[in-house]
Design a protein. Structure first.
Length: 387
């Protein structure tokens, strides 16, 4: 006799933080048949109530304890960066699974506590890096795995973005070390740092510089950064990132593998789906314009976030499916620790003027560099920024 089919579980979700990015989480959950958003939370109760009305959510509250008291199975953390830890620790203590916006924290010790708390509580901790779900990004990952590219040897990443003064002035926490935790590296380029480590693996050493060229009148943090990153495999990558660019040039990430083949991933205009602007394999090169004519380069934040909703939805769906299967989601809190550790190492290197060597790593090298090469001092940033 065939046993009766088990009805699929319905998950109760809560959104903590009703700022701009909460829309992506609300849209993503709304696209899933087995998730019901039962509450939204914000320290501004009027904003929580307005969000609840707009999305037909039955409860609007202004404390994390209240959202947890609704009997939620999942919380999405959409609050400013340094406040993530409190929400995650309370959710873990309540046995609630967590989806957290990037960066999961601005300090390494904070992020480590969050990961440990979720592991000890036996709850899943997912971190939002939705660009991994682009089909083009997945194709590069597959080309690494199936040998088309093979083990990556070299990478070049350019994050050249436009941000107007209004972007930083809209919210008091933006552009401050205390509440934003950093500038272009922490808030924008962390997505590409995540892709770099996803493609190239664990990092052995980081040498970086930061500066503020354009926005120094109203932000404390960097608007520009460069870094050289060496991986435990021996692979090397360069990174340049800025929000001082006008017009916006978008984002390009190029990988060259041990087969000699190369592939390049482009996001232009910002927020649009990543596409392969270069596929150089065997004897053939396929290209498309990085900056097509007639495309408006400067895109507002609402449009950027809106265009990413399908990929937010893909990642949220993966997270919920992982809960059903009792497995880890595609991107975990531990994965998010890696990108955070890399960008904090750029800040530390810029502060000291020295490369940051990751513990327990041994990088294979075949060329010896003279020992008397000088290293100049980098731009100083607050010591606490290094976590």
């Amino acid at each position: 006799m065939t046993p009766p089919a088990t009805a699929p579980r319905t998950y109760r979700a809560g959104i903590v933080g009703c700022g701009a990015i909460s829309r992506n989480h609300l849209e993503a959950f709304a696209a899933l048949d087995n998730v019901e958003v039962v509450g939204v939370c914000d320290i501004d109760l009027d904003r929580a109530r307005a969000t609840a009305r707009a999305w037909n959510v039955p409860n609007a509250v202004n404390t994390v304890d209240e959202i947890l008291a609704l009997g939620v199975d999942i919380v999405s953390v959409c609050t400013p960066h340094p406040t993530h830890e409190e929400v995650v620790l309370k959710a873990a203590a309540a046995g609630v699974h967590v989806l957290c916006e990037k960066p999961i924290a601005t300090r390494l010790d904070s992020a480590e506590r969050m990961v440990a708390a979720c592991e000890e509580a036996g709850v899943q901790f997912g971190a939002l890096f939705q660009r991994r779900f682009w089909p083009a990004a997945q194709r590069i990952r597959s080309a690494i795995d199936d040998g088309t590219l093979g083990r990556p040897l070299l990478a070049q990443c350019s994050v050249m973005l436009h941000r107007a003064p209004e972007y930083y002035n809209r919210d008091a926490w933006r552009g401050t070390w205390k509440n934003d935790g950093g500038g272009v590296l922490m808030t924008q380029a962390i997505h590409q740092i995540d892709l770099l480590q996803w493609y190239l693996g664990d990092v052995a050493e980081v040498y970086g510089k930061v500066n503020t060229y354009r926005h120094g009148g109203y932000i404390e943090v960097e608007d520009s950064a460069t870094a050289v990153i060496t991986f435990t495999s021996g692979a090397m990558a360069t990174l340049e990132a800025s929000t001082a660019v006008s017009p916006n040039l978008g984002i390009q990430l190029r990988i060259t593998g041990e087969t000699g083949a190369s592939a390049s991933l482009t996001e232009f205009p910002e927020g649009s789906d990543g596409r392969l602007d270069l596929w150089a394999v065997g004897e053939k090169i396929t290209v498309e314009p990085v900056h097509p004519e007639g495309v408006e380069p400067n895109v507002d934040l609402s449009t950027i976030n809106g265009q990413l909703i399908p990929h937010h939805t893909s990642q949220v769906r993966d997270f919920v499916q992982a809960l059903d299967a009792g497995t880890a989601p595609a991107i975990t809190g531990k994965d998010a620790l890696k990108s955070l550790r890399i960008l904090l190492a750029v800040y530390e290197s810029a502060r000291t003027g020295l490369p940051v060597r990751f513990a327990g790593t041994d990088v294979p090298v075949r060329v010896q560099v003279p020992a008397d090469v000088e290293v100049s001092a980098g731009t100083r940033v607050p010591a606490e920024a290094a976590g």
